[in-house]
Design a protein around this ligand. Structure first.
Ligand code: TYM
Length: 334
């Protein structure tokens, strides 16, 4: 019998492109690490992707692919709730309510909105603007204690906390106030060619990122080509040595060691040798995931069964919070 006092985790990833090493080290790798201690809800946040134009057939494929990847990363579907956001209508319903308690001034400050508006200037839609409200609904619906995310989502989580506190202040305790869980080394993996910008699945230059299901020889090649800095010391210094610092972060996060450990391990070695070692570490980490991922992806019936079961569990949990919210705001309940 499930321990009802277990703390709760919620996190989500958008099925909006092939996932990168950044998504893995910033978020996914931690998902399975926390699954014994917490009750975890891991969501494929398909509704979020529509803020940018999507091809419907590709979106469907990528949604299954992300579910298969969750499983391949070792997330146990018996212990965790793995589901699609669009299978739980309460996300959209709570999002509407929370939108009425979120100020435009707050949404105007969101850096991701500003960045994405620049990149998609032909499609600055309402969803892109209110996206953080839907994310707040995702998290607050499940009374989450902890939210594993990379650095770039921290501002959105802070907004979710502020909105939850505001609502609680007006109506009394309704939402748990969630904490972020941001890994030390993997929180902000940068581009391999342009280490001053984030590694991103939407990057047009494939040499900038490593995909989670990338072939070994391509991984090795991309690390070999990774930009380093002048000098020859393998030392962590983000301002002076952004390229090497990024590689130190990657190696440390993959191995689960500190930056200092990595510096010690490679002291006196040449950049070229270090880059090859990082390539091997990453390829070794990702190879078994790729293999399992392909296995899971083949088994559509299993994935559908899992989604059906888990949608029911997620709907059960979410509808309790939504009911409480509807009661508090004064909607007639039958
Ligand atoms: P998304 O889909 O862009 O990214 C998924 C996760 O990967 C992290 N991440 C990175 N971490 C380290 N280095 C990088 N270069 C890097 N790139 C991405 C992100 O921080 C994220 O944790 N809005 C979210 C999805 C979301 C969500 C939620 C997350 C929707 N609802 C509720 C948590 C809780 C997003 O777009 O992540």
């Amino acid at each position: 019998m499930e321990n009802p006092n277990k703390k709760i985790i919620f996190s989500g990833i958008q099925p909006s492109g092939n996932l990168t090493l950044g998504n893995y080290l910033g978020a996914l790798k931690n998902f399975s690490l926390l699954q014994d201690e917490y009750r975890c809800y891991y969501c494929v946040v398909d509704m979020h992707t529509l803020t940018v134009r999507q091809d419907p057939a590709a979106l469907k494929e990528r949604s299954y692919a992300l579910l298969a990847l969750y499983l391949a990363c070792g997330i146990d579907p018996e212990k965790n709730v793995l589901f699609m956001q669009s299978h739980v209508p309460a996300h959209a319903e709570l999002s509407w309510i929370l939108g009425c308690y979120t100020y435009m001034g707050e949404l105007n400050r969101m850096t991701q909105f500003k960045d994405k508006s620049k990149r998609h200037s032909d499609n600055i839609n309402g969803g892109l603007y209110t996206y953080p409200v839907l994310m707040a609904a995702d998290i607050l619906l499940y009374q989450s204690d902890l939210v594993p995310i990379g650095q770039d989502q921290k501002q959105h989580l802070e907004l979710a906390r502020n909105v939850a506190e505001r609502f609680n202040n007006i109506y009394g305790d309704t939402f748990k106030i969630p904490e972020p869980f941001i890994p030390k080394q993997g929180a902000k993996i940068m581009s391999l060619q342009e280490p001053d910008k984030k590694m991103s699945k939407s990057d047009t230059n494939a040499n900038n990122f490593i995909l989670i299901n990338e072939e070994r020889d391509i991984i090795m090649k991309k690390f070999k080509r990774a930009v380093t800095d002048s000098g020859n010391e393998i030392r962590f210094d983000e301002a002076e040595k952004p390229g090497i610092s990024n590689l130190i972060n990657i190696y440390s996060a993959v191995k689960g060691i500190t930056r200092e450990d990595t510096e010690r391990e490679f002291a006196g070695l040449r950049y070229g040798d270090f880059k090859a070692a990082v390539g091997i570490a990453v390829a070794d980490e990702l190879a078994p995931i790729k293999e399992k991922y392909e296995e899971f992806l083949k088994n559509r019936d299993y994935l559908d069964r899992l989604l059906r079961q888990n949608a029911e569990i997620a709907n059960g949990a979410a509808s309790q919070t939504l009911r409480d919210v509807y009661e508090k705001v004064g909607f007639v309940q039958l």
